[in-house]
Design a protein around this ligand. Sequence first.
Ligand SMILES: Nc1ncnc2c1ncn2[C@@H]1O[C@H](COP(=O)(O)OP(=O)(O)OP(=O)(O)O)[C@@H](O)[C@H]1O
Ligand SMILES: [Mg+2]
Length: 177
Amino acid sequence: MDAIRMVGIVKCFGPVRANDGIDFTVRRQEIHCLLGENGTGKSTLMNILFGLYHPDAGEIYINEEKAAIANPNDAYLLGIGMVHQHFMLVNQLTVLENIILGKESGGLLLNRRESRRKVEELSQRFGFKIDLDEKVANLSVGMKQRVEILKTVQGSGHHHSGRTHCGSDPAGGGGAV
Ligand SMILES: Nc1ncnc2c1ncn2[C@@H]1O[C@H](COP(=O)(O)OP(=O)(O)OP(=O)(O)O)[C@@H](O)[C@H]1O
Ligand SMILES: [Mg+2]
């Protein structure tokens, strides 16, 4: 079963052809690494998958059904999460607050205890040693990436068995996605 199939993806920025007919398939449970020099279009392809960019041509199939991914919300609903190359964290908030930010139902009355339990469980499952009460401003780059990963994994695709996560290298230099 193909979790993701991107076919003939083309994306141009003015004269720059960032993606030129890319075919990319990920089967369930597979882990892929896109390698390439800076500016070869890796982030562009992932941004298309996450609905941040719209391709000029090409098609995307998720779990073998054609998908129209207009925005990141559509991607989330299809079970696709993104760990961004440039962190999207609020420095003034704690690790836990960042992870649950925007994810809780029930308006202003956040159920902290329940959220903490869920995040602790997830963190343990990944073998992350991370202090949920530390302010994000005080974390190293590696730790911030773990927070991004926890945020993504706990946020995406609650109602789907097939979940896909994509990410970029945090330094923005190495080029792995
Ligand atoms: N929003 C944009 N506007 C204009 N040009 C863009 C935009 N996004 C990407 N590009 C251009 O598209 C090309 C591919 O960029 P992209 O960021 O996808 O590469 P990358 O493989 O992720 O590089 P890196 O290894 O540096 O992360 C580059 O020439 C880049 O300058
Ligand atoms: Mg990139």
